[in-house]
Design a protein around this ligand. Structure first.
Ligand code: IPM
Ligand code: MG
Length: 355
């Protein structure tokens, strides 16, 4: 089969880690008899430098015309002082929204080989953990009404959290469908003791839960969830939550896997296409130094093979190779704690050798 993949390398370490994932995907294609055609498009800071805007029309059109999209990361200090509407991050929200990718799947599991890298006490993670965070991605405070105005104390700025019943229903369905294929438990995380939007969230999630009697549905306040993630991560199966809570909790979850450099993600809508990206950012401090951990992006490629193309064997092969390399003791700097570390390219080579 032939698949057309749009590449959005972006800024900082983006180009290095996307190149790593492309190398892995090319080897997989050869091994399993597929053809992947990669077409790069500009996004984020690089696009601002070239065209004055972070998300050119051509990029959006290219993504929509592709079979799937692989993204690195956007942003960096160079563009940090630009106004909100032309910041690199705006492009990320823009492409998610234009492609109608309302679901963001962020799996956080503890690789047996990384138990020592996990900052939690060994008795807490003795049983491991395997969490799927289902983050709502095109609504909430990221996309709500905002502005600056004169208020009671002078200049003020505001952003608003707003969720419609429809948006909650569709993300809740994804969470319950996902749970049916896993541990049959959904923890819905909100702030219903304070926020009206969370109270609607909770009500609607429970309505959808009735369609899935086999799945246990638990509500949890976000402050408590932040605590439980480090107290008893093994108690979670599927987490469903809003755009902002999902952003925050997925970074927390990544740390207990050993490094944020490990977590891939899949952003999905109603079509198979999707957009696949590591959950971490552009890490400008180590950009261009061949130091970044490429695993999150390589695993994002594995998620693409699974979700966009239905290539289960091929996807599993990548995950198994990563597992093997970690078990053999190879680490990039983020996981090495000052010990011997492989470069981005060396880690990619190791994974390819073990495919
Ligand atoms: C993420 C990132 C983005 C987000 C930023 C860069 C806009 O933190 O994908 O988690 O908040 O969604
Ligand atoms: Mg984030």
């Amino acid at each position: 089969m032939t698949y057309n993949i749009a590449l959005l390398k972006g800024d900082g370490i983006g180009p290095e880690i996307v190149d790593s994932a492309v190398r892995v995907l090319e080897v997989v294609a050869k091994k399993f008899g597929h053809e992947f055609n990669f077409t790069p498009y500009d996004i984020g800071g690089v696009a601002i430098d070239k065209y004055g805007i972070p998300l050119p029309e051509e990029t959006v059109a290219g993504c929509l015309a592709s079979d799937s999209v692989l993204l690195g990361a956007v942003g960096g200090p160079k563009w940090d002082t630009l106004p909100g509407n032309i910041r690199p991050e705006k492009a990320l929200l823009g492409i998610r929204s234009k492609m109608e990718l309302f679901t963001n799947l962020r799996p956080a599991k503890l690789y047996a080989a990384l138990k020592d890298e996990c900052p939690l006490r060994s008795d807490i993670v003795a049983g491991g953990f395997d969490i799927m965070i289902v983050r709502e991605l095109t609504g909430g405070i990221y996309f709500g009404e905002r502005g600056v105005r004169e208020g009671k104390y002078g200049e003020e700025a505001y952003d608003t959290e707003c969720y419609s019943r429809m948006e909650i229903e569709r993300i809740a369905r994804v969470a319950f469908e996902t749970a049916m294929l896993r541990g049959k438990k959904v923890t819905s995380i909100d702030k219903a003791n304070v926020l009206e939007s969370s109270r609607l969230w909770r009500r609607v999630v429970h309505e959808i839960a009735k369609e899935y009697p086999e799945v246990e549905c638990v509500d949890m306040l976000v402050d408590n969830a932040a605590m439980q993630l480090v107290r008893n991560p093994g108690s979670f199966d599927v987490i469903v939550t809003s755009n902002m809570f999902g952003d925050i909790l997925s970074d927390e979850a990544s740390q207990i896997t050993g490094s944020i450099g490990m977590l891939p993600s899949a952003s999905l809508g109603n079509t198979k296409r999707g957009l696949y990206e590591p959950i971490h950012g552009s890490a400008p401090d180590i950009a261009g130094q061949n130091k970044a951990n490429p695993i999150a992006t390589i695993l994002s490629g594995a998620m693409m093979l699974l979700y966009a193309f239905g290539l289960t064997k091929e996807s599993d092969a990548i995950v198994a190779a990563v597992d093997k390399v970690l078990t053999m003791g190879y680490r990039t700097a983020d996981l090495a704690h000052g010990g011997e570390a492989l470069t981005t390219v060396e880690m990619t080579d190791k994974i390819i050798e073990n495919l």
